[in-house]
Design a protein around this ligand. Structure first.
Ligand code: WT7
Length: 563
């Protein structure tokens, strides 16, 4: 950071939900978070009830819960309307035989119906399985098959990517077009709510690792204890806030901080349909008067690349901005401060952790380049390869003392994988490398495995490699994250060709489209390089991705020297 910037990274004064940080840090107990929920008084647990119905029962039925906006339309729903709609969807789920614990998948684009379908599944006690809207056939099939989903809510368009014949467990597909056609009959009270236990399954998110297919990370209803308190203190939600999280609920950021945390705190949530464009984003903020904005470094970098465009809009409603998913570079913090006159608060967590763990609380001192400090009640450790804590300032494995309410309940059907996160007694191992300074600030130092992070999206190289070698021209493939200014990393594939095939621009494009069409656009390699041979381990013959990555980094450095 340059000198003139230091003033804004210092602690700032303001009217925030949490003022006495240091006292809270010392005395915080997760049981206090539980007290924020209605279940603390009634003893009855259901996350969907807490998120929506509760506010109606407490007299806030007329408050706007959702603003939906896309290129062509704008609609809003009050908390009462969202309750009525979730009841309507819940009734239809029950009529279709959905029982407590069933896996109900939701494959919809970012629309109010997507949020409502997720909440309805949870309301009837099912485990919601939201799917990202860009998934193609293989990605959809693998996920529903893995946990034997029995019912899917989708629309006519996305249903084309659902290979039902290859998903034996899937008995029913419901189309939102049909559900929306049926007359809605509001019901009083909680007749569709299935009261559950804190440990019962809430939501399952599939996420990539460095090996194998995506894993089903299952969260329990207790996670809402984590969501509500971090929503209050980290997002700093107050009654009058208009809150916008840019992530799709198929990703954990979109469900936890796009749906649960803000609505548990009775915010008005913005759902934006359609594609990213800087103009759309800025005009959305202006039109809806967004006050709190949660997004990702790649998105901020895309806005930054648009230069002075922000000057055309009145963005003065924005009072609190947060970031997650990938390293937030100091330049971006500086840009937001200079242009939008706001500080960006970085947050660190993972699909598996179910909620924020390392954060910049509003108003606290920000150290650009750092992800912040542990949330009250969270203890971070930097461990060596034997699981021993390292002194401050040294780089090691980023670990967190167990347990906390948002922590995953299990990896679906994979006890070994689940256990692998807890190999050192009392610690959760994140797979990230980091260091912690004397003041407790944590600095991200990369991954400890081959996982790729492109534009904040987690991509497993194995999934991409498996798809690549299904193409008739590809013999072998090694996939890595290549450093990239805009996306952090981009997916790069090194391949060898089968006999009879020779390299051409057309062939490489065909291979890229093959992955894109079958797996997903975000996982398709942006670069494919044909090599004669891939580096492998001598004994087991495994492809050495690290060597490929080292090669890319070497090339990038060589280029810098040349300039
Ligand atoms: C991985 C988790 C749930 C958050 C969205 C992504 C990386 C996350 C940061 C940050 C640098 C970050 C880590 C982590 N990551 N936040 N603030 N700075 N890296 O969730 O898909 O489960 O990915 O994202 O590598 O392990 P995810």
């Amino acid at each position: 950071m340059t000198k003139q910037a230091t003033s804004h990274i210092e602690k700032v004064e303001g009217n925030y939900n949490l003022s006495n940080y240091e006292t809270i840090r010392e005395n915080f107990d997760w049981e206090d978070a539980k007290e924020l929920l209605s279940a603390a008084k009634t003893g009855k647990v259901n996350a969907a009830y807490e998120t929506i119905d509760r506010h109606v029962d407490e007299g806030y039925g007329d408050k706007i819960a959702i603003h939906y906006i896309n290129e062509t339309e704008k609609r809003s729903y009050t908390f009462r309307e969202v309750k009525d709609k979730t009841d309507h969807y819940a009734k239809i789920l029950k009529e279709n035989g959905v029982k407590k614990g069933d896996r109900v998948f939701i494959f919809l684009s970012k629309t109010p119906e997507c949020y409502i379908a997720i909440l309805a599944a949870i309301k009837v006690g099912a485990i919601a399985g939201p799917l990202f809207e860009a998934f193609m056939e293989d990605a959809v099939r693998d996920r529903i098959n893995d946990c034997d989903g029995t019912l899917l809510i989708t629309d006519q368009e996305l249903a084309k990517r659902v290979p039902q014949q290859d998903i034996p467990s899937l008995q029913t597909i419901l189309y939102v077009e049909d559900i929306e056609k049926e007359a809605l009959q509001p019901v009083d009270g909680d007749q569709f709510v299935e009261w559950v236990d804190w440990e019962d399954g809430l939501i399952i998110h599939y996420t990539s690792g460095s090996t194998g297919k995506p894993k089903g990370v299952l969260h329990a209803h207790r996670a809402v204890q984590h969501h509500i308190v971090t929503g209050k203190w980290v997002l700093d939600i107050k009654d009058e806030d208009v809150y916008w999280c840019t992530s799709h609920p198929g990703w954990v950021t979109g469900s936890v901080y796009g749906l649960f945390a803000p609505l548990l705190n009775r915010a008005t949530v913005v759902i934006q349909g359609g594609r990213f464009s800087a103009e759309n984003w800025y005009s959305l903020i202006e039109e809806l008067g967004v006050t709190i904005w949660y997004s990702a470094p790649t998105a901020f970098r895309m806005l930054l690349s648009q230069g002075d465009l922000y000057k055309k809009y009145d963005l003065s409603s924005v009072r609190h901005v947060l970031s997650v998913g990938e390293p937030l570079n100091p330049e971006v913090i500086q840009w937001a401060w200079n242009s939008l006159k706001v500080r960006i608060h970085d947050t660190w967590w993972m699909t598996e952790t179910g909620g924020h763990l390392i954060v910049n609380l509003p108003a606290e001192k920000i150290k650009p380049g750092s992800m912040g400090r542990p949330f009250p009640g969270v203890q971070v450790g930097i461990l060596d390869d034997e699981g021993q804590e390292l002194p401050r300032g040294e780089v090691g494995q980023l670990a967190v003392r167990t347990p906390w309410p948002g922590l995953m309940k299990e990896i679906w059907g994979n006890q070994d994988k689940f256990k692998s996160y807890f190999q050192y007694e009392g610690w959760y191992i994140s797979g990230d490398l980091a260091l912690q300074d004397e003041e407790g600030y944590v600095f991200f130092q990369g991954r400890n495995d081959d996982m790729i992070n492109s534009a904040g999206e987690r991509i497993g190289p194995f999934e991409v490699e498996s798809k690549l070698i299904e193409h008739p021209a590809v013999e072998e493939a090694g996939v890595i994250g290549k450093p990239d200014e805009l996306r952090g990393e981009l997916v790069k594939a090194f391949i060898t060709l089968r006999q009879g095939f020779s390299q051409s621009k057309e062939l490489l494009e065909e291979i890229r489209v093959f992955v894109r069409k079958n797996l997903s656009a975000h996982a398709a390699p942006r670069e494919i390089e044909v090599v004669d041979e891939l580096p492998k381990t001598k004994i087991s013959g495994k492809i050495l991705r690290r060597q490929l990555k080292a090669l890319e980094i070497e090339r990038a450095n060589a280029n810098k020297v040349n300039i």
